[in-house]
Design a protein around this ligand. Sequence first.
Ligand code: SF4
Length: 453
Amino acid sequence: MWGRALLLAPPMSFPAPLPNSGLRLRPDLPLCQTDLPLDWYQEELKPYAEEYLALPDRRPQTVLPWLDAYVRPAQEHFGESLLLLAHFYMGGEIVKLVERYGGSISDSYALALQAARQPEKKIIVESAVHFMAESVAILAAADQQVWITNPKAGCTMEMLAKDHHVLPIAEQLVERYGSELTVVAYMNTSGRIKALAGRTGGAVCTSSNADRVLAWARRDGQKVLFVPDQHLGRNAAARLGMDPARWLVMPDPQVFAGNYPIAKVDGGLAALDDAELLLWGSHCGVHSFFRPEHVTWWQERDWRVLVHPESPLEVVQAADGAGSTAYLWREVMEAPQGARLVIGTEGHFVTNAREQAAARGVQVMHLADIPEQELALAGCGCATMSRNDPPHLAGILDLLRQGKAPQANRVLAGDAVDEVTGELDRLPEAERATLVSEASLSLERMIAVVEGS
Ligand code: SF4
């Protein structure tokens, strides 16, 4: 087991858990979250969904008493040992609801550290996507339980980099390149892929340190397989001045089926041998829609444009700044009165940032909010993350209090969930222990790289 002490002392170079966002429910406005169809709920959660769907409206004065009736008894039951978490990209008002009940909202890296930093928290309930809850579980102590309100909430980027996609290709690469191959796994991967990074001498990275981790991974001329986000990998490589002619994008995981012979990559084995950087072919279903024309449209109208580095390289290069969720939030919160900012990232995050900024006289728009048909974009919210809604929060907390929560919602390191069927593939205990050790190693290396830089 790796040095847990590294986690307990907040690493100086990483985004600390973000302070309370200060977001508040507006009593005059209904909850901003579309209802899910009843058949999208697990059997155990359907009674809560039926009650919620039968409420006369979605106004806070209607929803909150209903939610309180389940959440408050659970809070009393578990007391200080209960920790509620949510990611900034959560749709609707879940972030506000979680904060209202004393929970924390953060980006994925800061969320991952929550259990390790708060050993007194024994029941951790997260409203976010599965890999985020699994990252908490990897770093949790044996007496800390991690639960997700909806196990079918997956990250589309991670869904195209499952172990059954990545491992058969990684094995062929290791066979060909041996110890010269190093895997860098973005935080948005399952524990199984983080463990692959650990086994190959690689590390995890976040959107705020991908360039530093990539520079470190290339030590001694290593060939790097960057998983899963091709855009973040490209942006990091460009920042390091790496030669684009030696980047190679691996086959699109949406297209290939089963085992893919590496000799079939574009340019064949010669191209593979020559490449310094192998980019896994996945992307975020939200950020990859942005185009440079979106950026210039706003700049021509004197707006400052900031984007997340999961956006394509041309978008990042056109923007006035790029950085992690924590960076974007900070830029908005610290912008002077009168500033006009356009943010290219997940839509719910921008809505919340806009609300906070407006109180300080700062204007915030979403990169896709262009009133011209050919440039307008729809669907810039992380729809899969928003599968965690009020009935899921109420239901899981109530079922946990009763000792009846479904095991599918328990998150252990190494768990793989089918986001369509909800089917859970759980590793035997011995394999899980190995995975925790390898995945933790890859996280430890990231911290060492960033602490040392
Ligand atoms: S916004 Fe994109 S990368 Fe982030 S969780 Fe959603 S699908 Fe995944």
